[in-house]
Design a protein around this ligand. Sequence first.
Ligand code: MG
Length: 159
Amino acid sequence: METRVGFGYDLHRLVRERKLIIAGIEVEHDRGALAHSDGDAAIHALIDAILTAMGEADIGQHFPDTDNKYKDIDSSILLYEVMQICRNKGYIVNNVSLTIVLEKPKLAEYIPVMKIKLANILGVGSDRVGIAAKTNEKIGATGREEAIVAYAIALLIKK
Ligand code: MG
């Protein structure tokens, strides 16, 4: 049995008059991520974790932000497409683990539904999706509520 590990990172600036979408779920807030897509940093980090685990090119090469097809796209759709690549190459997801760094709002109440959302797309049980939420202790760009950051790791198994 071959296992593959991959890591991903993403950051988006937070601005007024944008929805805040994290792990496919809309989080109630007075600002959201500035991006060509819906700006879902958690899914973008997860996509890079899965793609790089397979030795594939990163999210920017698979889904270029110069392509109008991806304007304001629901990043869940991109994750579905990545899972299709995964299946075609004979991989399944063993588990994933994400850390989201966001000063406000608190994400605890959203995490159970985020886990189910991601688990459904990945084709695993929600106990195989781990999500930690952190603040940046009010320092740096994330601490000043100017950005959201996400980190992700994925373990794949080749069938
Ligand atoms: Mg991104």
